[in-house]
Design a protein around this ligand. Structure first.
Ligand code: NAP
Ligand code: MG
Length: 401
């Protein structure tokens, strides 16, 4: 059978450790035999980032802007231990952080649902996609410990020198003070990315803040979303048969717990940090969570939500067998191939992405899976496979289809 042709290259960002091993296996077994794969390759492995003074990360982000779709392998974010391990010139920044700030993007995380891996929340029948605003608030805070009595004030000095001043608190003893901020531009980008992604995936969009208490700060988030929605998205949402729904954050949490799923939940930075861990662990496994960075300009970068699975990699290096789950990395590829197909009008490529996802899910549902899933599945008669054989079993399922 002829391989599926591609017209535009995907930006391929290779990575580190165990996921780098899986990356090659996935390409060799599940992609290259079927697709005449066109990629522009960037090696984001830590060694090459170090050699290029991290220029390769910036180049890969530029290429993503140019072509519109990227697929990324998990990468090491260096810390002190990695400085020694890889003899680094500098403690390079997180590639995801660099790419996110260059694309001005929002990250959407969604679980991959299979029969036999049931969410802890019984009524969650469909995935809940979490969108976390990735700029500002408490993550860019300024804090002061007040050591005794005194007055804390909030001061804004405008560019023309005029001052606006408010008393935060008159302390009669020690206390703590915190200043946080956000920018209208970042909130607007976040809103657009959420509305675009909702249209793209035909899912309702929920957004929540604490605007009843935070009448200026959180209320600005609410207003920005509503203004952009009314001006540019209302008609498109009506046409797509989806809704935008705003509520208070505590009400949102209560509703999410009772919901069936199948929607996008947009969260402010802190809410998203906390809630994404709750939602992803309740859905079962980090190894079954996909992640896509969407820019307001409509550029997409797909990856797995987990890291480089360091512990498994050291076992692999020691010559021991590993059973590392490749599902989220496979879905990063299928997500990117499907989007590439959609943008290029390449139906065969889109159909292939669907098929590979189905083959992956069918393989697990037939009882063949990696150890992490075997530990939590409700299926009986499970075969636990090593990293390589799991991918080979998916290929068998694909061939049979
Ligand atoms: P990790 O890769 O997320 O893995 C943590 C643990 O979760 C593993 O030891 C394993 O548990 C389990 N796990 C995660 N993914 C799995 C998979 N696909 N299959 C089976 N089990 C899986 O985190 P880490 O090992 O602590 O971090 C390694 C590196 O990843 C760090 O250098 C960090 O900077 C980087 N990181 C990168 C990204 C990214 O590029 N997006 C995201 C997060 C972290 P068991 O050991 O119990 O089997
Ligand atoms: Mg967190």
């Amino acid at each position: 059978m002829a391989k599926i042709a591609m017209t535009t290259p995907l930006v391929e960002m290779d990575g580190d450790e165990m996921t780098r091993i899986l990356w090659k296996m996935i390409k060799d077994e599940l992609l290259l035999p079927y697709v005449d794969l066109k990629t522009e390759y960037y090696d984001l492995g830590l060694e090459h980032r170090n050699e290029t003074d991290d220029q390769v990360t910036r180049d890969s982000a530029e290429a993503t802007k140019k072509y519109g779709v990227a697929v990324k392998c998990a990468t090491i974010t260096p810390n002190a231990a990695r400085m020694d391990e890889y003899h680094l010139k500098e403690m390079w920044k997180s590639p995801n952080g660099t790419i996110r700030s260059m694309l001005d993007g929002t990250v959407f995380r969604a679980p991959i649902i299979v029969k036999g891996i049931e969410p802890c929340v019984r009524n969650w029948e469909k995935p809940i996609t979490l969108a976390r605003h990735a700029y500002g608030d408490v993550y860019k805070n300024v804090e002061i410990a007040a050591n005794g009595p005194g007055k804390a004030e909030l001061v804004f000095t405008a560019a023309d020198g005029t001052e606006e001043r408010k008393v935060i608190h008159e302390f009669d003893g020690p206390g703590v003070i915190q200043g946080v901020h956000n920018t209208k531009k970042s909130i607007e980008s976040f809103a657009k990315a959420c509305f675009n992604y909702a249209l793209d995936t035909k899912q309702d969009l929920w957004f929540a803040t604490k605007d009843t208490i935070s009448k200026t700060y959180d209320h600005t988030f609410k207003d920005v979303f509503q203004e952009i929605f009314d001006a540019d998205y209302k008609e498109k949402f009506d046409a797509a048969g989806i809704i935008y729904f705003y509520t208070l954050i505590d009400d949102a949490v209560a509703r999410v717990m009772k919901a069936k799923g199948g929607f996008i939940w947009a969260c402010k930075n802190y809410d998203g940090d906390v809630m994404s861990d709750m939602v992803s662990s309740a859905f079962g496994s980090l190894a079954m969570m996909t992640s896509v960075l969407v820019s307001p300009a409509g550029v997409y970068e797909y990856e797995a939500a987990h890291g480089t699975v360091q512990r498994h990699y050291y076992k692999h290096l020691a010559g021991e067998e590993t059973s590392t789950n490749s599902v989220a990395t496979i879905f990063a590829w299928t997500g990117a191939l499907r989007k590439r197909g959609e943008l290029d009008g390449n139906k065969d490529l889109m159909a292939f992405a669907d098929k590979l996802e189905k083959a992956t899910i069918d393989t697990i549902e037939s009882g063949r899976m990696t150890k992490d899933l075997a530990l939590i599945t409700s299926l009986k008669d499970v075969t636990v496979l090593n990293s390589e054989n799991f991918i080979k079993e998916i290929r068998k399922t694909l061939e049979a289809m």
